[in-house]
Design a protein around this ligand. Structure first.
Ligand code: GDP
Ligand code: IMO
Ligand code: MG
Length: 425
């Protein structure tokens, strides 16, 4: 009997999950996404080609690995079709290696419209949603109105679709000045539904539990990050799913006793895209330099990512909530040319110094307290072994391990598969 290992982001997303899942895939028989939808943009780089995946798990390029889109994921048939079409040139046996849960919910064109209408109505307090319809789709799931992949095979799917769209139109009409045209979006939606029908759909909870019984190795791939979790993130500036380890249980049908290693991944600094609090955000030249060096622009929306120093109170919170058993530090190379690196160890709130994430970080003044660490000021992108890393980088990793109390087993020094250093003792 095997267990399911989990890889997930400890910050506000875009930590480099796609890259590390791709690197780890040879160790696994199955890679499974458990939540989120096409709001995710997971980047993989190898053989000089950059790939961005939104719904499809990041194990798809490795021969012999199965990829499951779990019940906790929301699928937009239009975006899904585009993803599949983009992969066509690589001649992957998608029908055999990509399996889709019958219980995954569908994003309708009207969910996207509702997302846009809601954001427009919020004005300055908008979430900065990716506008992929994520919030409204999960609302229909919990509101018990949603449509699932398995429904597309039923005789009355069209009826169910129309009845939900009518409901949505009623809601859209409440947004003053929001103009929309559902009909012009429907052809692409139904084309995507036909494509979904031609792919392999499964009862993924049975499939995964059987695979565990057979001793198959399974990695659950998170989307977004812990600080965007619907329960534990910087609410209301979050996404609409459980991005944490617990999400694996509900999003794949895996019992809590069947969770194995939990790999938490974080950047050597911190970024956030969209609105919401970000205690260590830099509004100066240093932030701009990180953005440039790290190519910090959204993989899904192209928006510039907000940049800042690493935030230990927030990271410790993520490690606690997820039960992270090991860590991967990403984008170490982005700090290659800094004389000094800062680490936020505490917050000062109302004159009080604390080292944990409080209830609310949205409506209060937080002053980050920093420790300054010596930079390595050396190009690390060509390193092939962590043993050869500059001392200051090793010291930075040891410093973080001491504070986070979890081993950093991987250090990433570039976007390519090969730029990954093993630090397992
Ligand atoms: P994900 O959403 O967590 O999969 O992350 P994204 O793909 O949205 O964003 C991570 C970005 O950083 C992508 O452009 C990756 O190619 C890139 N990347 C990943 N690891 C590294 C690294 O160690 N160094 C550098 N310079 N880039 C990296
Ligand atoms: P990956 O998997 C970074 C952010 C959006 C917005 C908030 C809510 O690539 O790490 P939503 O569209 O979910 O309603 O948006 O969450 N967001 C992400 N930020 N990476 C992501 O995914 C994200 N998915 C959503 O910018 O602030
Ligand atoms: Mg991303």
């Amino acid at each position: 009997m095997s267990k399911v290992d989990v890889l997930l982001g400890l910050q506000w997303g875009d930590e480099g999950k796609g890259k590390i899942v791709d690197v780890l895939t040879p160790k696994y028989d199955i890679i499974a996404r458990f939540q989120g939808g096409p709001n995710a943009g997971h980047t993989l780089e190898f053989d000089g080609i950059k790939h961005v995946l939104h719904t499809i798990p990041s194990g798809i390029f490795r021969k012999g690995t199965l990829n499951i889109v779990g019940n906790g994921v929301v699928i937009d048939p239009v975006i899904f079709q585009k993803e599949i079409e983009n992969l066509a040139q690589f001649n992957l046996p998608i029908k055999e290696t990509l399996l889709i849960s019958n219980k995954a919910h569908l994003i309708l064109p009207t969910h996207r419209l509702l997302d846009a209408a809601s954001e427009q109505a919020k004005g300055n307090s908008k979430i900065g949603s990716t506008l992929k319809g994520i919030g409204p789709t999960y609302m229909d799931k919990t509101g018990r109105n949603g449509l699932r992949v398995g429904d597309i095979f039923t005789a009355n799917f069209q009826e169910k679709y129309e009845s939900l769209v009518e409901k949505h139109k009623g809601m859209l009409d409440h947004y003053e000045g929001f103009e929309y045209n559902v009909e012009e979006l429907e052809a692409a939606f139904f084309e995507g539904i036909e494509l979904l029908k031609s792919l392999t759909t499964i009862d993924s909870e049975h499939y995964i539990n059987k695979a565990m019984k057979e001793g198959k190795t399974i990695l659950a791939e998170g989307a977004q990050g812990t600080l965007l979790d619907i329960d534990f993130g910087s609410y209301p500036f979050v996404t609409s799913s459980n991005t944490i380890t617990a999400g694996t249980c509900t999003g794949l049908g895996v019992a809590p006793t069947k969770i194995g290693d939990v790999i938490g991944i974080f950047k050597a600094y911190c970024t956030r895209v969209g609105s919401g609090p970000f205690p260590t955000e830099l509004h100066d030249e240093v932030g701009e330099n990180i953005r440039k060096a790290g190519g910090e622009f959204g993989a899904t929306t192209g928006r510039p990512r907000r940049c800042g120093w690493i935030d230990l109170p927030a990271l410790k919170y993520g490690i606690m909530i997820n039960g992270a058993s090991e860590l991967s530090m990403m984008k170490g190379d982005v700090l290659d040319h800094f004389e000094e690196i800062k680490v936020c160890t505490h917050y000062i709130i109302d004159g009080k110094k604390i080292d944990y994430l409080p209830f609310d970080i949205t409506d209060i003044e937080i002053e980050p307290v920093y420790e300054t660490i010596k930079g390595w000021n050396t190009d690390t992108t060509k390193l092939t072994s962590f043993d050869d890393a500059p001392k200051a980088l090793k010291d930075y990793v040891s410093y973080l391990e001491k504070h986070l109390e979890v081993p950093i087993t991987t250090v990433s020094v570039g976007p390519d598969r090969s730029q990954t250093l093993n630090n397992k003792k």
